[in-house]
Design a protein around this ligand. Structure first.
Ligand SMILES: NC(=O)c1ccc[n+]([C@@H]2O[C@H](COP(=O)([O-])OP(=O)(O)OC[C@H]3O[C@@H](n4cnc5c(N)ncnc54)[C@H](O)[C@@H]3O)[C@@H](O)[C@H]2O)c1
Length: 268
């Protein structure tokens, strides 16, 4: 089905933790499309998660890196180029975490050290990856870099808390660095704004199940699954999307264009 769209392409996938992770499904789809890659996550995620299983399935090497630590990213990119035998064609940033959300601090009582941690992990890490890749000249021309976002960057979803600011920053970095990377290296940078998805990060948002159900009823096509998102990521890494850059791409079954639906009216 994926027609070898990524034949000969080499990349790095951040953020696969378990089979529910969007990055896990992305790795499977990218492999099915002929791509090769290195898998990476934090040392603790490597200890607690199941990444070995995915690495075996996809014949991929695992290189540990904390995406907030530039020295880790330098090591990762250098090692990835050695393992893969050349420069990189695609990078997936599928990373998000808010200590305030995790510890259920309300938006009116945020811990600011944690807020900075949210921004560092969920947004600034994207800039660090882009800047490190550019400085090391690690990307091939017409390469593609994608990060995952959420519509709380544009609209208020109260329980999403400081992750909303992180996603707004993430999307802004995609535009600003996308400009620079396109001019300097013909590399494109985009974000995909995904429907609510049952994953460790997604389910950490309070009231996630109701939130998920609401989005399902508000989306004419229903919520986009992790597998659908994975296929969209393949498209964005392929040459079929080579002139798309600096965009926030809605992958949400139509949610973002809807005012109200019959299903919502019927529940009132
Ligand atoms: N699940 C949803 O509802 C949903 C919706 C829209 C967007 N997203 C976004 O998708 C992305 C992936 O999340 P997911 O839903 O697959 O959940 P997930 O919990 O499976 O993935 C999050 C990943 O971030 C990694 N991570 C955390 N801190 C890190 C660090 N310092 N360095 C490197 N990696 C780190 C975790 O180990 C984990 O693998 C996130 O950006 C998330 O915000 C998720």
């Amino acid at each position: 089905m994926l027609h070898n769209l990524l034949q000969e392409k080499k990349g790095i996938i951040f953020g696969a933790l378990d089979e529910h992770s969007i990055a896990w499904q992305a790795a499977r789809s990218i492999k099915a499309a002929g791509g090769n890659f290195v898998l990476t996550n934090t040392p603790i995620a490597l200890r607690l998660g199941k990444l070995n299983q995915l690495a075996e399935e996809c014949q991929a090497t695992i290189i540990s890196a904390d995406a907030t630590v530039v020295a880790d990213l330098e090591n990762l990119l250098e090692q990835a180029m050695t393992v893969l035998g050349g420069k990189i064609d695609f990078i997936l940033h599928s990373i998000g975490m808010s200590p305030n959300v995790r510890k259920q601090r309300s938006y009116g009582d945020l811990n600011y050290d944690w807020f900075l941690k949210t921004l560092d992990i969920s947004a600034l890490s994207f800039h660090k990856i882009l800047q490190t890749a550019e400085k090391l000249d690690a990307m091939n021309e017409w390469g593609s870099i994608v990060a995952l976002s959420y519509i709380a960057a544009q609209r208020t979803f109260p329980d999403y808390s400081d992750m909303a600011e992180a996603k707004a920053m993430l999307e802004s970095i995609a535009r600003s660095y996308g400009y620079r990377f396109a001019k300097n290296k013909k590399v494109r940078v985009n974000t995909i704004s995904q429907s609510p998805t049952h994953t460790t990060a997604g389910s950490g948002v309070p009231g996630f199940d109701k939130f998920y159900e609401y989005a399902e009823r508000m989306s004419p096509l229903g919520n986009a699954s992790a597998e659908d998102c994975a296929n969209y990521i393949v498209l964005m890494f392929s040459d079929l999307s080579r002139m798309v850059t600096m965009q926030n791409l809605m992958h949400d079954g139509g949610f973002s264009s809807v005012g109200i639906t019959e299903q919502i009216v019927d529940t009132l």
